[in-house]
Design a protein around this ligand. Structure first.
Ligand code: ADP
Ligand code: MG
Length: 729
């Protein structure tokens, strides 16, 4: 086995950068080449069809059957002109990633041949045989099908000669079976709610747009090394491996020079992304060795999320061209940083105002404070839910470990905003009334007509940070579908804005003055949501105690974190905003618990196999070599004379024996714990059993294997070590 290890290490270290096929045109010329965007629609559709489609997109109304047929004809022509042979509805089921089922464009022509056919019916709606997608019991297999329906707000694109049509995926009874449906509902809810409040400041506002700019972190590992690690290949992370003597302590990787092999991969990925209209712009090394980041220019949330999902599959594909495997797991390696996916989120009006950016006028600042305070209130009220929205079996390894946001949601505001809030809080009603309409927001003694927020005031330990003109939700995991976090956040903020507006409108009816009401209601929100505001060190132990005192959700057991979806305040909030029905919430939690169990179950199986069939035999071999040597030494020097010489070896033999004994025993106990857990009927209880009774054994097994790694002869150790996996040349 060690032969294989040395072979793959050599292969990986000898590898050179793969040349990239760089287009002759400039990026602006090939950008969105494979996207059926407005320019392509205009070119391929009759003018009346084009107008009808744009109208439908902008006003969120359905297309008529005739219009859909005309769109399909144009879209098909464009796709065929660009080399497509198949089409698929592309959707986001509740598993990781995306799903697609490809169909050829061909139809019988009645003369024994075929024609390229694609009708409006096939464009708009399909019935994939979807009984095998997770649905949490909503759609029992006998209860027929779900269907996918075109999301016209997200443009179709061509990937690998297949026309991909972004769709939602719902059951026949209308429940969502995917991420896109509730995301669209949440975006609509926040549009309506925020528009209502934004109109206090500008009555020309018709829509508010939710924006998302994600930052995708990832690891790269050489393909040969990857395939020699069954744990990486099957679970996406290393289940064992002692820390390398050098890892990230010199902090020399962050913003360091990008290795040429990686640079070639990044360039290739950027070109492919640009052809698909994904506006990736930033790339750099991350803190850990072999860790990198990629970020686009932010976009409307639904489109941004489609682009992130598309990018994740693109990354895997392009990585393989460069003999890499991309690891999107939140914690592929113990002891070094994990990967997140910061969700930069903001709201902006169709009139061009960014609602979390301080205004240039006192009135603009009142608007800014109003929206920011409502976000704080929503995040405070639903902090447990927001944590649930980013929780998963894989992200659990990252959160709460001392290099990522803790498993507690809090908001970092920065000192300037904190200062404004403090002054607002202390100001009295009278003072507020004193500063009337024209003067707008001015708090306490000194007036602040213009707030300049300095973007450099940053706190990397916060899971949710205000960063000058947006909020950065940093707790999202690198492998997650951003929709989960974006659904919870947009819905919670929508609900809060609606409640806020109700209060303000009621007081307006009483004849109170608008600015006075706004300031007063904002002040109440700030006071009430104070516990969520924390600018200190989120990694410290004191914060955990403090957060508990403040009543924030401190649950760390992922299956129990999911319970937050079913709290009365969550159910009510989702019902009021129309984002999820209670049935949907219950079904989705079943899926979450089931997925959690399955992920841990797979890891436990792989670990058990590696421990018993890879590690124990090698450790035994080394132990027996030591015993052999010891016996020989004894016979050479005689028992008495040799006792000094062999005492070291004896103790090593004993230690190895002890580690092996614990490993064997723990594997047996782990198998038994699984057997017991599998008997449990309730998905929730089963997931908790896996968390409580299986994972601790996995940790014990790993600990002892990692100890053995340091003792056993390097020549025979079977799996590539961290120092070989990490550090690409
Ligand atoms: P940093 O690492 O400093 O946070 P990056 O450049 O890596 O910044 O990523 C910042 C992300 O935030 C980008 O995707 C960017 O487009 C996005 N972004 C910037 N302004 C906004 C905004 N107002 N709303 C949403 N996203 C934004
Ligand atoms: Mg960043």
């Amino acid at each position: 086995m060690s032969q294989l290890r040395f072979k793959v290490v050599e292969e990986a270290f000898d590898r050179k950068a793969v040349p990239v096929d760089i287009p002759a045109e400039r990026p602006s010329e090939y950008y969105a080449k494979y996207v059926f965007n407005r320019a392509k629609m205009y070119e391929y559709l009759p003018k009346s069809t084009y107008d009808a489609l744009i109208y439908a997109i902008e006003n969120k109304v359905p297309l008529s059957r005739e219009e859909a047929d005309a769109v399909a004809a144009g879209m098909k022509q464009w796709a065929i002109d660009n080399g497509a042979r198949h089409y698929t509805h592309w959707f986001h089921p509740l598993t990781d990633g995306t799903a697609e089922k490809h169909d050829g464009f061909i139809e019988h022509d009645g003369k024994g041949g075929v024609v390229e056919e694609f009708s409006g019916k096939l464009l708009v709606q399909q019935e994939p045989d979807a009984s095998s997608f997770p649905n949490g019991g909503i759609r029992n297999t006998f209860e027929a099908r779900g269907y996918s329906a075109w999301d016209i707000s997200s443009p179709a694109f061509i990937l690998d000669k297949t026309l991909c049509i972004p769709t939602i995926f719902i059951s026949y009874t209308g429940e969502s079976l995917d991420y896109k449906t509730p995301l669209l509902r949440a975006i609509n809810a926040v549009d309506k709610a925020a528009t209502g409040v934004a109109r206090y400041f500008d009555d020309k506002v018709k829509h508010v747009i939710s924006y998302l700019g994600w930052e995708q972190e990832y690891f790269l590992v050489d393909e040969a090394l990857y395939s020699a690690r069954p744990d990486l290949a099957m679970t996406g992370r290393t289940l064992m491996g002692h820390e390398s003597a050098k890892n990230q302590q010199l902090e020399d990787h962050y913003f360091g020079a990008i290795p040429s092999r990686v640079e070639a991969f990044m360039l290739d990925l950027e070109i492919e992304s640009h052809k698909l209209g994904i506006p990736v712009r930033t790339r750099h090394n991350e803190v850990a060795p072999n860790q990198f980041e990629l970020a686009p220019i932010y976009e409307e949330t639904n489109l941004a999320n489609d682009h992130n999902l598309l990018l994740m599959s693109l990354m895997s594909e392009v990585a393989r061209r460069h003999n890499f495997r991309v690891l999107l797991h939140e914690k592929p390696f113990a002891g070094i940083n994990g990967s997140g996916k910061h969700n930069n989120w903001s709201l902006g009006t169709d009139t061009g105002t960014m609602l979390f950016a301080p205004g240039k006028t006192p009135q603009g600042n009142l608007q800014f404070i109003t929206f920011v305070a409502n976000v704080m209130a929503a995040v405070h009220k639903h902090n447990g839910l927001l944590k649930a929205s980013i929780a998963s079996a894989t992200n659990a390894h990252r959160l709460g470990a001392n290099e990522a946001p803790p498993a507690i949601i809090s908001i970092f505001t920065g000192s300037q905003l904190a200062d404004i809030f403090e002054r607002l809080e202390k100001s009295t009603d009278n003072e507020l009334i004193k500063f009337g309409d024209k003067e707008g927001i001015s708090v306490g003694a000194s007036q602040i007509p213009e707030i300049l927020i300095d973007n450099t005031d940053r706190n990397r330990t916060s899971p949710f940070a205000f960063t000058g003109n947006r909020f950065e939700f940093r707790a999202v995991g690198s492998s997650a579908n951003c929709a989960s976090a974006m659904i919870a956040l947009n819905a919670a903020v929508a609900d809060q804005l609606n409640l806020f507006k109700e209060k303000v409108d009621a007081r307006l009816k009483n004849g109170e003055q608008l600015n006075h009401i706004l300031l007063d209601e904002v002040r109440k929100l700030i006071i009430k949501s104070k516990p969520i505001h924390f600018d200190g060190n989120g990694y410290s132990d004191e914060w955990k105690e403090e957060a508990a005192r403040r009543g924030l959700d401190c649950q760390t057991c992922v299956p129990k974190i999911f319970d937050s979806y079913l709290l009365p305040e969550s159910i009510d909030m989702f019902a009021r905003t129309g984002v999820f029905s209670e049935v949907e919430l219950e079904a989705r939690n079943e899926v979450k618990w089931e997925m959690y169990t399955k992920k841990v179950q797979i890891e436990a199986r792989v670990l058990g196999d590696l421990a018993i069939n890879h590690i124990i035999p090698v450790a035994t071999r080394y132990q027996s070599f030591l015993v052999d040597n010891l016996v020989k030494l004894k016979s050479l020097f005689g028992a008495e004379k040799s006792s000094d010489i062999v005492s070291q070896d004896l103790s090593t033999i004993e230690k190895i024996a002890k580690h092996m004994a614990v490993i064997k025993e723990s594997v047996e106990e782990m198998v038994e714990a699984r057997r017991q857990a599998n008997k449990i009927k309730s998905e929730r209880e089963k997931a908790i059993a896996y968390h409580d009774n299986v994972i601790p054994h996995m940790e014990t097994i790993r600990y002892h294997i990692d100890k053995l790694e340091l003792m056993v002869d390097n020549e025979i150790w079977p799996l590539p070590k961290y120092r070989e996996l990490l550090f690409i040349r």
